[in-house]
Design a protein around this ligand. Sequence first.
Ligand SMILES: [Zn+2]
Length: 206
Amino acid sequence: MHDHHDGPEDGDIVAPPPKIPVPDHVAEAIRTLIRWTGDDPDREGLLDTPQRVARAWREYCAGYGDDPSHHLSRVFEEVGGYDEIVLLKDIPFQSHCEHHMAPITGKASIAYLPRNHVVGISKLARVLHAFARRLQVQERLTAEVADCIWNHLHPQGVAVVIEAQHGCMTGRGVRTPGVGMVTSRMMGVFREDERSRAEVLKLMGY
Ligand SMILES: [Zn+2]
């Protein structure tokens, strides 16, 4: 059940308390940035902005305090003979690029073919968010999610496909709104066996 007063959609991620103290030097850095853009940090509308920005960044980067592998530590050994692909499809996420600290907005599809272990399906999304809520590049995010599942679940195969838009492309420089970037990582059977790879990509809608 969703509590409507409780802010972020994905209540399963533990955000820092909303009113953590912001050290003066952090607020001052943001005031400097505002000045650098050409605006006046002392103007009324901007007075509380450094505090808000500082706290927002703690949330955007909450993944640094979240060990992704921890989410895969509780596994179920009994899979009841299930030997088909487990897929969590089109998981929305937000990250920030490490080159511009601009938003990366996209969706990820994460699949694995279990060997002996399965995890609760929401754990795949938690692994994604733990890596996404850091300064990232999309290629590394894709690889980190896949590697984490591979190393901790020891499945027969892992497939991760991420499709995202980059604020640093849509909002500046070459300005190409609507252009998405797709990255993928295939491991185990999804890498070695063309039929398995085709099957998982089809399930993902590619
Ligand atoms: Zn960038």
